[in-house]
Design a binder for this molecule. Structure first.
Ligand SMILES: Cc1cc2nc3c(=O)[nH]c(=O)nc-3n(C[C@H](O)[C@H](O)[C@H](O)COP(=O)(O)OP(=O)(O)OC[C@H]3O[C@@H](n4cnc5c(N)ncnc54)[C@H](O)[C@@H]3O)c2cc1C
Length: 471
């Protein structure tokens, strides 16, 4: 699932090869020297596009899909996706572990995941392309099993109530019920467990990304290999209701630095979508967001940062069998069984003090020994004998304010819309978030799921989305 070598499937290499063959043939027929009859400009962006999406990860592509799906009349809007790395070597989407669950505590998060699971389970109703084989995202249904200590039991009970109210099927288990169902778990320190009865599991993020890409291309979305480095805007001084003087901005041009070149191309646009994942805080800064006196709306930053997370793969001959769900321990450690045999995947989020340096994607193997393994072996005694086989690191698009998504327009840079900040759960919510952002752009309000509490303005007003189930 994480084999970046498969990138060739994007067709870039094939196309370049074919182009150079054709060029050679033409040059051999034509008289003259270095004249290049077919300078390939397909990598250049158009001069203008109604919507420019910064970032071609799962969130950017989902917004592109829903804009084209919901536009009226068909073909009404021109959408351009600008992605600087077509190998996606550092993108969160392809480095994630592909899990989807309904077990959140905030109703909006449950609703987002409920819609997304419907999308994923009926993927060909959404992403099928004429004459292409059906998409298989390798969905592996398996409930998440969340464990709570005495301290967390009441919160867990309350969360499950919310999940059921929203239509998710989740059951609660006492330690005794837990022992009966999963005898390999040591229930010491566990007061309560919740288990997803349906619509949970994991899938291949790379397949979803490719499926979205194939589909949006068939719908006429344009792609450009380059980096957004600058926004040109016009501005107006205004006063807010509270008397704060603010600079209301509208972006009218995006500068795209072309891949492997010093050249940049301006693209005129009406709407910009910031779907730059872990880098979306930087993209917001390019648009002037957060540049103002601290404590003011003008000075409020998009609090999304790079945070490095490790995933380890291990083998354990005596490990639990086929029925293993995705287990999340109160210590923050998680694991699940991978594929056939006794291979497992898991990790844990470091504490604030332990945050690794995000400067590179190297894996800290001591972190597994010191922080991940002890609670794993305590919870599943068979894991005493595990052997780590491989590991990788990826970036969370980490929202330092409340670890939840940021969706919808910026209050001052009025034509920049966000689809970012989902920290550890952006992949699974992407289908629903893309739809929400497209509704906002096309209709001016959320139509299917009300995500008003996920708007940027909360960073100024201080109202956090209080999600208890952040992993
Ligand atoms: C280890 C790990 C495990 C995870 N597990 C899960 C999970 O089980 N379930 C789940 O739902 N989520 C999970 N996540 C989170 C999930 O992967 C992310 O929330 C989600 O993929 C974010 O998607 P994105 O499109 O915003 O970001 P990305 O996939 O990072 O895409 C953003 C893109 O923007 C591009 N970009 C940035 N700046 C610019 C610029 N200036 N110009 C042009 N392009 C630019 C980047 O190159 C990048 O490709 C996990 C993440 C990690 C790291």
């Amino acid at each position: 699932a994480h084999d970046v070598k498969t990138v060739g499937r994007l067709g870039g290499g094939d196309r370049d090869g074919k182009m150079s063959e054709i060029k050679k043939k033409i040059q051999s027929i034509l008289p003259g020297g270095d004249w290049n009859p077919l300078y390939d400009t397909s990598h250049l962006p158009p001069e203008s596009s109604d919507v420019v999406i910064v970032g071609g990860g799962v969130l950017g592509l989902s917004v592109a899909y829903w804009l084209k799906k919901l536009e009226k009349p068909r073909g009404a809007i021109r959408v351009l996706v600008v992605e600087r790395d077509h190998t996606y070597s550092r993108a969160s989407t392809v480095l994630s572990v592909g899990g989807i669950r309904q077990q959140f505590s905030v109703p909006e998060n449950v609703q987002l995941s409920l819609f997304s699971i419907d999308f994923l389970r009926n993927i060909n109703e959404y992403l099928a392309v004429a004459d292409d084989p059906p998409l298989d995202i390798q969905f592996n249904p398996s409930g998440y099993l969340l464990l709570a200590s005495e301290k967390g039991a009441a919160i867990m009970e309350n969360n499950v109530k919310v999940q059921r109210q929203e239509g998710a099927k989740v059951c609660l288990m006492s330690p005794e019920q837990l022992r009966n169902k999963f005898p390999w778990i040591n229930t010491e320190g566990v007061a309560l467990a919740s288990y997803g009865m349906e619509h949970e599991g994991w899938f291949d993020p790379w397949c979803l990304l490719q499926g979205l890409r194939r589909k949006v291309q068939s719908m006429g979305v344009l792609f450009c290999r380059g980096e957004v480095t600058r926004f040109m805007s016009s501005s107006n001084l205004m006063k807010t209701a509270s008397g704060e003087e603010v600079n209301l901005k509208r972006i009218h041009e995006v500068h795209v630095k072309i891949d492997q070149s010093l050249e940049y191309q301006p693209v005129e646009c009406a709407i910009v979508i910031n779907a730059a994942g872990a880098w979306s805080g930087q993209v917001a800064e390019l648009a002037g967001i957060g540049k103002g006196p601290p404590g003011t709306l003008q000075g409020t930053k998009l609090p999304v940062e790079l945070r490095k997370r490790y995933v380890y793969l291990w083998h354990c001959p005596q490990g639990p069998g086929l029925e293993t769900p995705f287990v999340i321990d109160p210590s923050g450690t998680y694991f699940r069984r991978e594929g056939l045999g006794h291979n497992y995947l898991g990790g844990c989020s470091p504490t604030e003090e332990e945050e690794p340096d995000p400067g590179n994607l190297e894996v800290d193997h001591d972190f597994f020994q010191d922080r991940v393994w002890p609670p794993l072996a305590q919870r599943v005694p068979a894991f005493e004998t595990l052997k780590v086989r491989s590991a990788w690191a990826g970036y969370y698009d980490y929202n330092t304010f409340d670890q939840n998504g940021v969706v919808g327009p910026h209050p001052l840079v009025i034509n920049m819309y966000f689809a970012t900040g989902f920290s550890g759960h952006g992949l699974q919510q992407a289908p629903a978030v893309g739809r929400a952002v497209a509704e906002m752009v096309l209709e001016g309000h959320f139509q299917t799921i009300n995500l008003s509490s996920f708007l940027f303005s909360r960073f100024y007003s201080g109202e956090k989305v209080q999600e208890h189930n952040i992993i």
